[in-house]
Design a binder for this molecule. Structure first.
Ligand code: F6R
Length: 657
């Protein structure tokens, strides 16, 4: 591919690339297209330094993507200062130190942190993007699907693009709408005119040098919340960006435009009619989103798991009955269910695999657990008596959202299990059960995963209760055993130091295998996923019984194999089968790391390393056996010098299929 260089003329823009007047496009066509699909956005109008507020907000949103970062600040004097830089936020901060922060003293502005999918995450594709005069700046989260047509239209009238992005087209279109016709001089109307033309999912935040006291934002599908403070107002992808300043928030609805200024906000629809948005008060504080003295967020979140479990279960057992949250499904609906699907991705999918054992056992309903990305492409058999449980921490995952849409189009009833208030998946579902794990900042899921298992179990108990497959006292007993797991997890956290030491020993390994049976099998899958994503190490989870059908060929001298042992008192047959499996792999030279119940003496001779966990009912063991695997993966990653909270190539919410 050849690089083409264009010379551009900009009259009043402080955006560095434009000042230099050069941009490069790869290839002969419009260039590689870089789309911004997850991304964190923050906008501010108030009385503080917008640069400081925005940079602080971006720091907390960096989990959404860290391919580039950028800011735009209105100086109140008709100037708009823009700076952006590929890589992490620290690169942008270094760049600001280099160029000086004098142009960034205003009290209104916005910023962006990006997760790129297609094309290079390089400076010129970083947000904000400006129009040719540099008076309009735009940051964007989402995809503008018809951007090629819009770009061609702009190029036909002589606009030269400075980036390979879809976003840049909106800056030019807004500038043109602002300069001519009915919307001349009206920024809000100009934004509305343009967003009406856009196809796809997007959040746009827009500033204009002529309007130093306002920031305008528009939302379709991608998340956006407003924060209302004293003499200051915020917009952001999520509340963690402004929680330090206010807990009063407003959740924007679909296809809404919001204008914020120092005194508050005004919401309209894309046609300009006044619209309602949903106010709420955030019930966690900044410390919940800070590391709280831990080396990294993931470790803090691992330690928060007892609380996450307790909070998820709290209030769900009243007057002798299990109750779900926004239960828009009646008991009759639950009685009519003849099949359950769990659809989810990654760790959330593993939470569904765990729940299958419990839900089938308690309800005698068939449960299929399906990767959301596969679900709608294979024509699953769905009808109004199918209950689809869509599990998602973020509530934004595109694969899961599309699975929800497909299920609903087939008349199935959808219950969302979600950790994020008001996210798209619960909004589009028939009912929602919120996990209350609190904000999960580490990209690898930990406390949300445990909370998902607990919530899925609540769904199973609610079904069993409505259908009468369990007596009320049995439902109560299962619920109280589930509640008691917070203490058991707390106890397991006491082994963290031992597991971290083991992690350091294993840091140079080339690969690690994980084995389990029954509910230990999805735990093995989860342990392997954690290790892959954090330590970039080859890791596989297997059903231990499958070993002899192929994977045993992988065993060689010194290969670490983690085995999740079931209780010897629970399903004795499972236990004895696994003991045989460990002896087989140990005989072939594997280094065995065994997670087993306290007092399980039978495994001791086969364990090169033994991690003991408390005795709990079989179906609940995943809630504790997962914990050492999380710690192990994090410590191996840390020992190998990797960023535990922000593994390469990953983002916290994946809003692309
Ligand atoms: C792994 C992890 C991912 C997510 C998956 C689904 O540690 O975090 O596998 O579980 O991307 O995300 P949500 O739950 O937000 O739909």
């Amino acid at each position: 591919m050849t690089a083409r260089t264009f010379r551009l003329v900009y009259t009043n823009c402080r955006c560095d690339l434009r000042k230099r007047g050069e941009v490069a496009l790869s290839g002969d066509g419009p260039g590689l297209v870089t789309l911004c699909l997850v991304c964190g956005i923050v906008g501010y109008v108030g009385h503080r330094s917008a640069l400081d507020v925005v940079l602080d907000g971006l720091r907390r949103l960096e989990y959404r993507g860290y391919d580039s970062a950028g800011v735009a600040v209105l100086d109140g004097d008709g100037g708009l200062a823009v700076e952006r830089k590929a890589g992490r936020l620290t690169n942008l901060e270094a760049r600001l130190d280099e160029v000086g922060r004098d142009a960034f003293t205003g009290t209104a502005g916005m910023g962006h942190t990006r997760w790129a999918t297609h094309g290079a995450p390089i400076d010129r594709n970083s947000h904000p993007h400006c129009d040719v005069t540099g008076r309009v700046a735009v940051v964007h989260n989402g995809i503008i699907e018809n951007f090629a047509a819009l770009r061609a239209e702009l190029e036909a009238v002589g606009v030269e693009m400075a980036s390979d992005t879809d976003t840049e087209t909106t800056a030019h279109l807004i500038a043109r709408a602002y300069d001519e016709g009915d919307t001349k001089g009206d920024l809000e109307a100009s934004v509305r005119t343009v967003v009406r033309r856009l196809e796809g999912a997007f959040t746009l935040v827009v500033t204009h040098a002529d309007h130093p006291d306002v920031v305008v934002a528009a939302r379709r599908s991608s998340p956006l919340v407003v924060g209302v403070g004293e003499g200051e107002t915020f917009v952001a992808s999520d509340v963690s960006a402004f929680i330090e300043h206010t807990r009063e928030a407003v959740e924007l609805g679909q296809d809404q435009v919001v204008v914020i200024d120092r005194d508050g906000y005004r919401v309209t629809d894309f046609d300009g009619a006044d619209a309602q948005a949903k106010p709420f008060t955030v019930n966690w504080d900044l410390s919940a989103a800070e590391k709280g003295g831990h080396e990294y967020f993931m470790l803090k979140e691992i330690e928060e798991q007892p609380e996450a479990l307790a909070n998820t279960l709290r209030g769900h057992f009243r007057d002798g009955r299990v109750v779900l949250d926004e239960q828009r499904l009646s008991d009759q609906d639950l009685r009519d269910v003849d099949k359950v699907f769990v659809v989810a991705c990654g760790s959330a999918y593993h939470s569904g695999l765990v729940a299958k054992y419990a839900i089938e056992h308690w309800t005698r309903l068939p449960v299929e657990v399906e990767l959301a990305s596969e679900f709608r492409y294979r024509d699953p058999v769905l009808d109004r008596d199918t209950l689809v449980v869509a599990v998602s921490q973020s509530g934004e995952t595109a694969d899961t959202l599309e699975a929800v849409r497909h299920a609903r189009s087939q008349k199935a009833r959808v219950l969302a299990v979600c950790n994020t208030n008001g996210a798209q998946i619960p909004r589009e579902s028939d009912a929602v059960l919120y996990t209350h794990a609190g904000p999960e900042i580490g990209v690898a899921s930990t406390k949300a995963f445990l909370a998902q298992i607990a919530a899925n179990y609540l769904v199973g108990l609610a079904l069993a209760q409505a259908r009468g497959t369990k007596y009320p006292d049995e439902v109560a007993q299962e619920f109280h055993q589930l509640e008691a797991m917070a203490d058991a997890v707390q106890k397991v956290l006491g082994t963290i130091d031992q597991v971290r030491a083991l992690g350091r020993e294993l840091a140079d390994s080339k690969a690690v295998l994980f084995l389990g049976r029954h509910v230990g099998y999805p735990v093995a899958l989860e342990g392997a996923l954690k290790l892959k994503e954090l330590a970039y190490m080859h890791a596989e989870g297997f059903a231990a019984g499958e070993l002899k059908h192929g994977p045993i060929a992988l065993i060689e001298e010194g290969l670490p194999v983690v085995v999740i042992m079931p209780s010897p008192k629970g399903r004795a047959v499972l236990h004895s089968k696994l003991v045989s499996n460990i002896s087989e792999i140990q005989a072939r030279g594997a280094r065995t790391i065994v997670i087993a119940e306290e007092g399980d003496e039978t495994v001791r001779p086969f364990a090169d390393h033994l991690i003991e966990i408390p005795a709990v009912p079989t179906l609940l063991q995943p809630l504790i056996s997962t914990v050492p695997l999380q710690v192990l993966a994090a410590e191996i990653a840390r020992s190998r010098g990797y960023d535990v909270d922000k593994p390469r190539n990953l983002a916290k919410s994946v809003t692309v299929e």
